[in-house]
Design a protein around this ligand. Structure first.
Ligand SMILES: [Zn+2]
Length: 382
């Protein structure tokens, strides 16, 4: 029932509309038009003001034809990473790619087009369905900000699907929670040739801290990384400041807290252990550390209602799917926290966030069939 050609054309159309994070408005307007043609109600929330973007999340409500069936939630993000401007999508041998100078933007516009096609299919085939609630979100790529600021009170659904991972042959149930650390290490500047003993090198403090720090893969649930470092001002000055950004993630909140504490303590101890006496005054290095939770954990049970629902749909279609744990966060991290039990289904997209990004059309259509069948199954419930 899914119209593959229409779905592919829709995707190419929206890929051609630029939508970097905070500038999703033109795509949102196109989707609003598509959704209103189906008779759906559309509105924008105030997430755009909170992120200082040009649009909020686009919320769509398609009224059900089965009034007694509980509503169902669908979500994909509208923003793309860079280089993502003037994308020229093309299809060859069942694979969609860019021209090799940009990303493709199937992350996550393939999910968006799947949702549009499913709603069109429900409508034109008069398939009995519950109310469908959709969030086309903004700013997923810069920390799930659209989902973070989504108002839970805008939705009545208890269950839903986020479409934002690679293959529809796996269903993501678990994503880690993550913290970022902004660290400033202050040393004491001095001329490196005339009086290095009057300085404390912030680079050496950093080096002490890192040499005592567990980084990389901590265990099967936890990872940590120092991703950015800048500091110093000239070769002849003992560096007085180093700034860095680090992150840690875990599928276990306690382990994340412990890893962040460990990293914090390494910076503080390294700073405290470097001191000098200058003109009778004791000077210390200092570490200034800011820690922020960027997203909460997602942990949907294999026995959860929504998991069983999608597995039921997949089995009706005689497809196979594996339950999966992901190493990255997605909008579903926040949406689960807001009380809508959501799994993340793949759309057929691969090599995301690179100019080699591609979409397998067979998997793209398959994902749409799974969503359609899930909505049908769900709508049979009272
Ligand atoms: Zn994505």
């Amino acid at each position: 029932m899914i119209q593959e050609g229409r779905m592919t054309n829709h995707l190419m159309d929206i890929i051609r509309i630029d939508s970097p994070s905070r500038k999703e408005k033109n795509v949102a307007l196109k989707l609003e038009k598509d959704m209103k043609e189906l008779g759906a109600e559309c509105f924008y929330d105030d997430a755009g003001d909170k992120v200082i973007g040009n649009t909020g999340n686009l919320i769509v409500k398609l009224a059900g034809t089965k009034k007694d069936a509980p509503p169902f939630f669908l979500c994909s993000h509208m923003d793309t990473v860079s280089p993502g401007e003037a994308i020229k999508p093309r299809v060859e041998n069942g694979v969609m790619r860019s021209d090799g100078t940009t990303i493709l933007g199937s992350d996550d516009k393939s999910g968006v087009s799947i949702i549009v096609e499913v709603l069109r299919t429900l409508k034109e085939n008069n398939i009995p369905h519950s109310d469908i609630e959709v969030a086309f979100t903004i700013c997923e790529e810069i920390g799930l900000l659209g989902a973070k600021f989504l108002e839970a009170s805008s939705f009545k659904s208890h269950y839903g699907i986020v479409l934002d991972s690679s293959t529809p042959e796996r269903l993501v149930l678990r994503c880690p929670c993550s913290d970022i650390m902004d660290v400033k290490i202050y040393g004491v500047e001095a001329h490196s040739g005339l009086c290095p003993e009057n300085g404390i090198s912030a680079v050496e403090v950093l080096s002490d801290a890192v040499s005592n720090m567990n980084l990389g893969r901590i265990d099967h649930e936890t990872t940590a990384n120092i991703g950015e470092i800048k500091g110093g001002s000239a070769t002849n000055i003992v560096p007085g400041l180093v700034e860095l950004k680090a992150e840690a993630r875990s599928h276990n909140e306690k382990k994340l807290d412990a890893q962040i504490q460990h990293m914090h303590d390494c910076f503080v101890k390294a700073a405290q252990s470097r001191e000098i006496m200058l003109d009778g005054e004791k000077l210390n290095a200092k570490a200034e550390i800011e820690i922020n939770r960027i997203y909460p954990i997602m942990n949907v049970s294999p026995q959860a209602t929504v998991t069983k629902l999608v597995l039921g749909a997949v089995s009706n279609l005689r497809y196979n799917i594996k339950l999966h744990t992901s190493g990255g966060g997605c909008d579903a991290n926040y949406i689960n926290e807001k009380g809508i039990e959501c799994v993340n289904l793949g759309t057929g997209m691969y090599e995301l966030h690179t100019i080699n990004e591609y979409l397998l059309l067979d998997e793209f259509y398959k994902s749409a069939e799974i969503v359609l069948e899930t909505v049908k199954l769900h709508s049979e419930k009272n």
